[in-house]
Design a protein around this ligand. Structure first.
Ligand SMILES: *Cc1c(COP(=O)(O)O)cnc(C)c1O
Length: 460
């Protein structure tokens, strides 16, 4: 007889993964390498080590080892807030009247409020191990900055955060959490860096953007001895660290003999989605199992569904390596009315390549329907979800309602990446009926994608 499935499946600490899973090892066609923006040749480890920590560069370039051991210090830190529960959404199923079985992996059980701590602690660990003084980074909504400040304080590293100016002003509480953990927060664009001064001169009064804050954080690291830059998403190493989400999810499902049919994740830079799906995509790549994987993105920043697959800049200042990815162009700015997060113009190269190979589908959703799903979920399942996470909730509910029509009892698994306590202005706009949907026109997208650099080998 099948075991009765509890509301929450918790693994034992002893069942937590001891190694991260590197999906690139099982990909026949690998994601394209990072290119040096000056000569368009693949970046060497030496070049990358000027910006990033040495061990993380090795992970970034490693496409052969399927498993990479998680150092014991990181595993011990993980134990402070992991294993994360895999929740069976019995209450939601009942409310929807669906025969589908819905599960969500909840990553919001830590002070930073999201999955980002999984990679922050790994990156801080390797920086410390290298004997560095500190790390620099950017943060948009603030979750990554919070996670990195927590990880840095744990290892006694200095942490310098460039926070997108509009978030700095609109999210003072997030900013104060970061400062409470000892990090130094500067609104971006600032006057601290050359690129910040240039952007301020060119666009006076600008609210900043993620791409601009990245450029400032990179410049800060390059111009300060003993500092390196770290990034909270997009990179291969970040997806590697986030594979802990998927490995735990798979272990929990296996424990109860449950085979997922549909796996859903929200996609900003692709790290939670990539981490959640990695072990499942690995099975697909090895021909062992089949899953329907769905990436969900905002209709206002639709890189997978309406972008092009090409080499592009990762940042506005064009100081980072070129990455091949689904992109809207580094000059693309999501509308100011967009409150739902996930506003990065590009996408992880691993997620991009898996999508291009047809291993997953992508769907874009409008923000009012995302907040409607968020509110329904909060009222039924109790958790106040982050707007980003709610993109996945939206599609999980849509898929469960399709099952209601067809009578199929599919197993739907989605990633609930975090909580939304610091997003109450967005919830307020929704509650006041003042939230609007914005979908960029084809002309707007063409204008931004036309700015993507063209060079031999980068036809799109
Ligand atoms: C940062 C963030 C995301 C999006 O980032 P990915 O790298 O695409 O995972 C999603 N949810 C939450 C709660 C986040 O903080």
């Amino acid at each position: 007889m099948a075991k009765e499935i509890p509301y929450k499946i918790y693994l034992e600490e002893s069942e937590m993964p001891k190694a991260w899973y590197n999906v690139r090892a099982d990909m026949k066609k690998k994601p394209a390498p990072l290119l040096n923006p000056e000569n368009h040749k693949p970046c060497t480890a030496e070049e990358l080590e000027k910006v990033f920590c040495k061990e993380l560069v090795a992970q970034e370039l490693n496409e052969t080892d399927a498993y990479i051991e998680i150092p014991e210090e990181i595993r011990n830190f993980y134990k402070m807030y992991r294993p994360a529960p895999l929740v069976r959404a019995y209450c939601l199923e009942k409310k929807l009247g669906t025969p589908a079985h819905i599960y969500y992996k909840f990553e919001g059980n830590n002070t930073s409020g999201s999955h980002k701590l999984n990679s922050a602690i790994a990156q801080a660990y390797y920086a410390k191990k290298q004997g560095l003084k500190g790390v620099t980074t950017e943060t948009g909504a603030g979750q990554w900055g919070t996670a990195l400040s927590m990880a840095s304080s744990y290892f006694g590293l200095d942490c310098v955060v460039y926070m997108v100016k509009c978030s700095y002003e609109q999210k003072p509480f997030r900013r104060e959490v970061i400062r409470t953990y000892g990090a130094n927060v500067t609104p971006s664009p600032s006057m601290n860096t050359e690129v910040g001064r240039r952007i301020n001169a060119e666009f006076p009064g600008t609210n900043g953007s993620l791409g601009c804050a990245i450029s400032e954080a990179v410049e800060h690291a390059m111009t300060h001895e003993g500092y390196r830059y770290v990034l909270g998403s997009v990179l291969n190493q970040v997806l590697l660290h986030q594979s802990v989400i998927g490995l735990e999810t798979k272990a929990a499902l296996d424990k109860y003999g449950v085979k997922a049919d549909i796996i859903i994740g929200c996609a900003g830079g692709g790290s939670n989605l990539g981490g959640l799906i990695s072990p499942f995509a690995g099975e697909m790549l090895r021909g062992e199992a089949d899953y329907k994987i769905i990436a969900v993105e905002p209709a206002s920043c639709p890189s997978l569904t309406r972008g092009v697959y090409a080499y592009d800049y990762c940042d506005t200042g064009k100081v980072c390596p070129l990455q091949k990815m689904y992109t809207l162009g580094s000059g693309f700015m999501p509308s100011a009315s967009h409150a739902g997060g996930l506003r990065y113009h590009g996408m992880s190269s691993i997620v991009s390549e898996l999508y291009d190979q047809g291993l997953m589908e992508a769907r874009s959703v409008e923000q009012t329907s995302v907040f409607q799903a968020a509110e329904d979920f909060a009222r039924i399942e109790g958790i106040l979800p982050a707007p980003e996470s709610s993109h996945a909730i939206r599609v999980a509910i849509d898929e469960a309602m399709k099952c209601k029509e067809t009578g199929e009892a599919k197993n739907i698994v989605f990633g609930l990446t975090g909580t939304g306590y610091f997003d109450m202005y967005a919830y307020k706009a929704f509650n006041d009926g003042e939230m609007s949907d914005y979908i960029p026109s084809d002309e707007e997208i063409k204008k931004a994608t036309d700015m993507i650099p063209r060079f031999p080998g980068n036809e799109f």
